[in-house]
Design a protein around this ligand. Sequence first.
Ligand code: LCS
Length: 396
Amino acid sequence: MAKKENLRFSSRLIHDGSSPDPVTGAHATPIYQTSTFVFPSAEAGGSRFAGEEDGYIYTRLGNPTTRALEEKMAALEKGDAALAFSSGMAAISAVLINLVKSGDHILCSKTLYGCTYGLLQLLNQKFNVEYSLVDMSDREQIEKAVQPNTRVIYVESPTNPTMELADLEMVAEIAGKQDARVVVDNTFMTPYLQRPLELGADIVVHSATKYIGGHGDVVAGIAVGPQDIIDEIRVTTQKDVGGILGPFEAFLLIRGLKTLAVRMDRHCENAQEVAQYLAGHPRVKNVYYPGLPDFPQHDLARKQMDQFGAVLSFEIEGGLEAGKNVMNHVKMARLAVSLGDVDTLIQHPASMTHSIVPREEREKMGITDGLIRLSVGIEDIRDIIEDLEQALSYAG
Ligand code: LCS
């Protein structure tokens, strides 16, 4: 049998960062549902605050259940260390606030999750942090867009919801020449399908609300990266802004991670079939899914992703009105935002997840009014396709 450190990924999902509780032998990671920790003496309390002695102090500064999740995520993403947050946005904002100051520039993927775009606007308007959006598939455009004050290149790959990819090795190489940090939002992929740190990125962020939790019952975020940056975030933007994850949510994520490989395999297998089905449907104009052979970046997807994920977007003939008819007639799928849930979810980016982005910007991102996003679940594929088939019959 492979030694524990040589285990393959799906075994590591179960075993990394988990060992029986040293006090009770509890097999599952206990939920340390406590806000504070009692010091053995006044001297010990002072030493812990001074960083001279290990030991927990207060849950905003660290908690054993949350720490177990952080260790597991750091191991899976192949980073030195990780931090868990109360949402994906808490993770992203803590990382960006840590890496930039007034006058710095963030270069971003052309398309981004709506609230990430909102955060950039906020940083710009309140703190004079500049940002620009660029097509991350094009080396020339990226090189042109880099500025002397660019401190971060922030990438979603694939992007939400248009599924464009960035060549992560190329982006890391460009950033290296500029002393900029590469931050990759790996939410759509998870470390099972893509490990940006191995491709040269500095920090990975996640909305763990999605596939990491996997069951649509937690809102959470994770950041993974080098020890020095993670330590700094732990004692600054995480501690003092305070968006930490509670121990119960950390427990749910540890539990979710154990089944990540089997869930992702099924998600991806189903999504490939749905993409092919939609691509052949007479009412469907375009399907955006990296697993389709005619997807413009299919070769890059094969190079840097182990499978193609389970989110896809499509446009149907008849635009928004036809799209609303489809969304209003799904029977098994749920008309809801979020993604990465075991259920199939359908939503309309222009009026929902990306409504914060002004129309003109949205159109540059490729988010047309007729675009529909599907997060393909792990139900029986026949039920997913039958449901879409009957809903699409209402397209008009
Ligand atoms: N990054 C990506 C790529 C996301 O899709 C989301 C949320 C976030 C970050 C933020 O994570 P949260 O704070 O919600 O945990 N995406 C959502 C979506 O597409 N529908 O609803 C939420």
